[in-house]
Design a protein. Structure first.
Length: 229
């Protein structure tokens, strides 16, 4: 089973590779759900890692409904990632009514090719995820990262299994959210081929005026998940 680690820094990315993860989703600012990583972080990770690097394309925190300038930034970021040599893009766009913006998501998908394309956890905000899943299958998206619209994917395994049945191998359902060494193996037994985890721990630091809790993907935690699989 493939383990993807959501890496929010260079150290997190290195830890993921060292501990045996087979892929990372690179981002920054996990406290707001993740944002597009900086150019410098992208270059360093791509230069020093050998496992596949997927990159989150999300220009700001908040919802997934983007103004035209924001959407332009997303397209430029995808082009930059392709030039730098990443292996995949993680992104997506919604409409205000909690449906998939099919037109814009298709544009991001086409710009990303031939890279792999994952529709991210904006999927968990959909009012009708089954409809959304079928739309993504039709678009040709490679995978959907989802917690089943709950904070912990293991709590909604039947729903995720339903998604898997609908997909029938036409795309990969990538469970993520609350996955750890204690529950990771359950997803393998239920027929999933990939899982997503941050495996993060908080780093102690002084709290200043502009400080926020800092986390890193932890070597021991990642190894424990790998051992459980």
């Amino acid at each position: 089973m493939l383990l993807e680690i959501c890496a929010n820094s260079f150290q997190s990315a290195k830890n993921a590779q060292t501990a045996g993860a087979q892929r990372i989703e690179l981002c920054q600012e996990l406290t707001v759900g993740g944002l597009t990583p900086s150019y410098g972080l992208l270059k360093k990770v791509i230069a020093e890692l050998t496992i596949p690097v997927f990159v989150l394309i999300r220009p700001r925190s908040g919802d997934f409904v983007y103004a035209e300038p924001e959407f332009d930034i997303m397209k430029q970021d995808i082009s930059l990632c392709k030039e730098l040599g990443v292996q995949g893009i993680v992104s997506g766009v919604l409409n205000k009514n909690k449906t998939i913006d099919v037109v814009r998501t298709k544009e991001l998908l086409e710009r990303s090719r031939p890279l792999s394309f994952t529709f991210h956890r904006a999927f968990d905000e959909l009012d009708n995820p089954v409809l959304g899943l079928n739309q993504l299958i039709e678009l040709g998206v490679d995978r959907v990262l989802t917690s089943g619209q709950e904070s912990s994917a293991v709590d909604v395994l039947p729903l995720l299994m339903q998604f898997n049945e609908i997909a029938r191998g036409r795309l990969t359902i990538l469970p993520g959210g609350g996955i750890n060494a204690k529950n990771a193996a359950v997803f393998k037994t239920k027929g999933f081929t990939e899982i997503h985890a941050s495996a993060s721990v908080q780093i102690s630091q002084d709290q200043g005026l502009f400080s926020a809790p800092q986390t890193v993907s932890d070597l021991k935690t990642i190894k424990a998940i790998r051992d459980a699989l």
